[in-house]
Design a binder for this molecule. Structure first.
Ligand code: MV4
Length: 671
């Protein structure tokens, strides 16, 4: 077995491989780009080598740099993960030439499976079922039309050099065929430089079911059952599960045999996946073979109890497969959700930013989180915006679904837009819940999955909890400030809203996607330090404790709630009742004076400390000019001139505390 391996990847897969290597007592070398200098996989590895700038084409995709890092550190083998160089036959060859073991299949297998038409011929020869159609070299239009007529409409014209759904055209009747063929050939020529096409029977409502295979260097090859990956968006997998719902033992054995025959046909060694397109009646046809460890391999690990990376390392070191086919069995059901930094409501636009709050669900025998990031890490535009893979297991699909919903509800992310809420809707949607699966599920369930802003209106509790958290955060800040000051018992530090003329009231303005609401808060002197909140004309008594992690133990009208409210800039993320809601806390300071007339002064709508005066007394200023900076609730708030005018005088000096409502400066608007 190796004593040291290099992981030629980043993110969650790099961390995942390091975890297994460490468990096996194998030392690990990470490679990282300059943008990943502080990345989790670098911290987890025993050694790390910088391989260049952020751009993958100058770092993670440069085989020479990977090989040089192996030589420099004495790594005996390289694990390519997935993506990057994992299916690059030239890199595999260069590793072999350098005496470095490439943890993956032989080069010939990568090459054979990389060419779609070649792979189909190999599969056909191995007796693997192919989609009914014509895959030959005769491209004469009249001949192809005859083939289509024989196959029966609808048919699918596919560019032979295409892939991932590119260069496919459905034809529903013979009269349309010639024009569709010409268009497909033109597109294929321009997109792939090859206008060769194949014609297939068009499978409507297909499923994507793939078989995990494993071969060793001793002629053994087994299948580790199937994964259903039908829930995709634009050919990107979103949810995966194992075993496939509705799979019969007979069908499983037939698909497993076909996959093993396919692997043996190319002398496969290592982890591989044979993908099938499957009709609703269960008939299946070869689609393609992937010569790498798949992103979704954890669901197979969860139902078999195996570690596929351990198998990869052992096989690459020349050891036989740890188990024979008859020793493999399925137990329970597993689901995987890919957690991404993307905005589902905006066409899944990738999101970037800092993970100001990142609290995954607690891991257990039922919940696994494979991630490459930690709180305060940056999601950058350089790489795939995956935050994590969330994998759950339970005894059956129904219980696994419940696990997934709970785990998604417990996955708290603030600072970067994520798809967690979308994933929760997807798992809960009727089609998925009853396993009515096909590759068009997301489109079919569009209205349920994308309810729009109106459908997203936060419930009353969420508004009240957000407001309560604002008040408690401010109170905590005042108490911390008092404790740190020279005069901790000064009444000026109190944030209980005391007023000579009766308890103060505060307005908290919150804005959600759908709408904006004002919560009026009246401090309840004495008692439990609670508040009387009013929202939409309805009152509620609220009290609670908010800790620095955003955990809020609240009492709303006698109901005890434990939720999380995280402040990230102006955003307030409320995680409650298995859902998350985002508000913007509109800072009255910033908009002070923007309301009615601007005459007179500017008052502090909340307690704070003056930390900067940005104009001279007597100066003439334009509307919007910054005048004074207050520090309140751990944040800086800049007051701006509500109109063009003259700053007559400031009422406080830098460093002085100001109470809620205090006159901050005299301002004379230009008439
Ligand atoms: C098909 C098909 C229906 N009928 N072939 C999409 C990309 C490549 N993986 C093959 N694909 C398809 N081939 C026939 N004869 C539907 C698809 C397809 C698809 C297949 C698997 C997973 C997701 C998909 C999404 C759209 C279309």
């Amino acid at each position: 077995m190796f004593t040291k391996i290099l992981i030629a990847n980043r993110g969650e897969i790099a961390c995942r491989v390091i975890k297994t290597a460490r468990r096996l007592g194998i030392r690990t070398v990470a490679v990282y780009s300059e943008a990943d200098a502080g990345a989790r996989h670098v911290r987890l590895a025993d050694e790390a080598v910088c391989i260049g700038p952020a751009a993958a084409r100058e770092s993670y995709l440069v085989g020479d740099k990977i090989i040089a890092a192996c030589k420099a550190t004495g790594a005996q083998a390289v694990h390519p993960g997935y993506g990057f160089l994992s299916e690059n036959e030239e890199f595999a060859e260069r590793c072999a030439a350098a005496g470095i073991v490439f943890i993956g299949p032989p080069v010939a297998a990568i090459r054979a499976m990389g060419l779609k038409s070649e792979s189909k011929k190999l599969m056909d020869k191995a007796g693997v079922p192919l989609t009914p159609g014509y895959h030959g070299d005769n491209q004469e239009p009249g001949f192809l039309r005859e083939q289509a007529d024989q196959i029966g409409y609808p048919v699918l014209i596919k560019a032979s050099a295409g892939g991932g759904g590119k260069g496919m055209r459905a034809v529903w009747q013979g009269e349309e065929f010639a024009a569709a063929l010409a268009s497909c050939q033109r597109e294929a020529a321009s997109a792939f430089g090859d206008d060769h096409v194949l014609i297939e029977k068009y499978l409507q409502r297909p499923r994507h079911i793939e078989i995990q295979v494993f071969g060793d260097t001793h002629g053994n090859c087994v299948y580790l059952f199937e994964r259903d990956c039908s829930v995709q968006r634009r050919h990107q997998k979103v949810l995966e599960e194992a075993p496939a719902p509705g799979m019969t033992p007979e069908r499983r054995a037939a698909m497993g045999k076909a996959a093993v025959d396919a692997a043996k046909a190319v002398g496969y060694v290592g982890a591989g996946t044979v993908e099938f397109i499957v009709n609703q009646d269960g008939t299946f046809y070869f689609m393609e073979m992937n010569t790498r460890l798949q992103v979704e391999h954890p669901v197979t690990e969860m139902i078999t109890g195996l570690d596929l990376v351990e198998w990869q390392l052992k096989v690459a070191a020349g050891e036989p497969l740890p188990l024979a086919q008859e020793q493999l069995a399925i137990r329970g059901h597993a689901l995987e959700a890919r957690i991404y930094a993307e905005d589902a409501a905006k066409g899944f636009l990738p999101a970037t930013g800092r993970l100001l709050h990142l609290a995954p669900p607690a891991e257990s025998l039922n919940v696994r989180v494979d991630t490459g990031v930690e709180q305060d890490d940056e999601i950058t535009p350089h790489y795939d915006p995956m935050i994590a893979k969330l994998i759950v297991w339970d005894e059956n699909r129904e219980r696994a679904l419940a696990r997934m919903l709970q785990a998604l509800a417990d996955y708290r992310i603030a600072g970067v837009t994520s798809n967690v809420a979308f994933l929760a809707r997807l798992v809960a949607c009727p089609s998925f819940a009853r396993a009515d699966l096909d590759t068009g599920l997301i489109e079919r369930e569009h209205d349920f999955l994308f309810p729009g802003a109106a459908g997203n209106e936060p419930p009353r509790d969420a508004w009240l909890l957000a407001a309560l958290a604002e008040l408690l955060r401010d109170r905590n800040y005042g108490q911390a400030h008092a404790a740190a000051s020279g005069d901790p018992h000064s009444p000026w530090h109190l944030r209980d809203g005391w007023r000579a003329n009766g308890a103060a009231r505060r307005e908290i303005l919150l804005r959600a996607d759908c709408c904006e609401k004002r919560v009026t808060a009246a401090y309840q002197p004495g008692g439990n330090g609670g508040f009387r909140l009013e929202l939409d004309g309805q009152a509620a008594l609220a009290a609670g404790q908010l800790n620095d992690d955003g955990n809020l133990r609240a009492d709303l009208d006698g109901r005890r709630l434990t939720v999380t409210v995280v402040a990230a800039g102006e955003k307030r993320h409320v995680f409650c009742d298995g859902m998350s809601f985002i508000f913007a806390a509109i800072d009255p300071l910033f908009h002070a004076g923007e309301g009615g007339g601007a005459e007179g002064g500017l008052t502090a709508p909340m307690p704070g400390k003056v930390i900067a005066l940005l104009a001279e007394a007597g100066a003439r200023v334009e509307k919007g000019a910054p005048l004074i900076v207050l520090e309140a609730m751990k944040m800086e708030h800049t007051l701006v001139a509500p109109a063009a005018g003259t700053v007559k005088a400031f009422c406080y000096a830098v460093g002085e505390q100001v109470a809620d409502g205090a006159e901050l400066l005299e301002f004379e608007p230009t008439t």
